[in-house]
Design a protein around this ligand. Sequence first.
Ligand code: PLP
Length: 387
Amino acid sequence: MLFDERFLFTPGPTPVPERVKVAMNQPMIGHRGEEFPRLLEEVSRRLMPVFGSKSPVMLISGSGTAALETAVVNVVEEGDHVAVIVTGAFGERFAAICEAFGANVHRLEIEWGKTCSAEELTLFLKKTDKVFKAVFATYCETSTGVFNPIKELGEAVKQHTDALFIVDGVSCIGAVRPDMAEQNIDILVAGSQKALMLPPGLAFIATNDRAKAAIQKCRTKRFYLDLNRYHASFEKEAQTPFTPAVSLIYGALEVCNMLEEEGLDQVAERHLLLKEMVRKSVPALQLPLLTSDENASSTVTAIVTDTGPAKQLKKILAEQFGIVVAGGQKKLKGEIFRIGHMGYCTPYDVLKVLTGMEMALQQIGEGKKLGVATAKAQEVWLRQLAK
Ligand SMILES: *Cc1c(COP(=O)(O)O)cnc(C)c1O
């Protein structure tokens, strides 16, 4: 069987559009020449609406975790009390980074698959007498496929503390419409290889003035990830303090073109359609969804496959159909698999993964499955076209 491509449905990395690949394939330029500052200036500014940020977005070469670590190391000092909302593996990661830098981490543990409500956070913040330097949250918890209610959480942080509200948007920025001011977000971070349609390797950090002041005051030892250096370099000459990932930044410019051409609201709506197509169709295969409709992310869906033949689904999809989905992480390992539908993903792509699932389940004798899920998804798409 000829498969000249893998069909990538992991919630990062995600497929890279041809246009973006072409845009990256350019002769190398010196980053201290005249051309690069123009490129960086343009990308950092055109990303502002994507992050809902009032100031240019800083770019650091590194994966999403570099963005997370940047947010921590520029704000948190050893001994500081911080609250971390843990709704899954990536909340855990924020907590682990804070601990690595000697913070007193207070975890607000939420059952995996659920979101943290503003009431839960308020109770948590009120029951302690500690003064928190920062409250950390995950926008899209990729390990379970939920969207935490960031605006409500931001409101609670603002009402009950003077803490900075720091949000991991790695797996949804580029697919949602954040507004840092309205959501009370002080620092919002993202990575390139998720909804931003780029290869891995770029970390994005958006800050407001309040965060900038805290970053200037923070005495934690840091060098490569010192945001003060990035801010100073950018403000002075639209440069980066160290060699930038030039090719990825060319790609980011093309991503801005694509997002603007489609329209940021339309991009967010497309993701809602993809989510709805997956969620309305998968139960028809007798596979339960991990999360409720209200809590569900528009970028990634977790499907429970902990029993029987469904356990083999992920393997069959890859081996027979070239479709790559992701398994569960940590405590959900072996319990679920996850379909990423973010970034460069169309309704046809969703039909593709559903077709593969139908055929795989049919093969392992799970009853008559052909057409069952795809029909549901097609109905969702048609309903949206009729609007
Ligand atoms: C992928 C991801 C990260 C980490 O990104 P890496 O690029 O693997 O370092 C952090 N947070 C969330 C929510 C993610 O989905």
